[in-house]
Ligand binder design. Structure first.
Ligand SMILES: [Zn+2]
Length: 41
C-alpha cells in the first residue's frame, strides 16, 4: 500500500523512488534541480 514506484530520472538517469501520484512520477525527474535542467535544455 506504499504507492512507491521506481523511476529513472530523465535528466541524470539516476534511479529513484517516488509516489506514483507525485510530481516526480509525472515528470520523471529525481529532484527539482534535475527538473529545471531537464526542461531548460
Ligand atoms: Zn536527476
Amino acid at each position: 500500500m506504499s504507492g512507491l514506484e521506481r523511476y529513472d530520472c530523465d535528466n541524470c538517469e539516476k534511479a529513484f523512488k517516488a509516489h506514483s501520484a507525485s510530481n516526480a512520477a509525472a515528470n520523471a525527474y529525481c529532484s527539482p534541480n534535475c527538473e529545471s535542467e531537464g526542461k531548460g535544455f
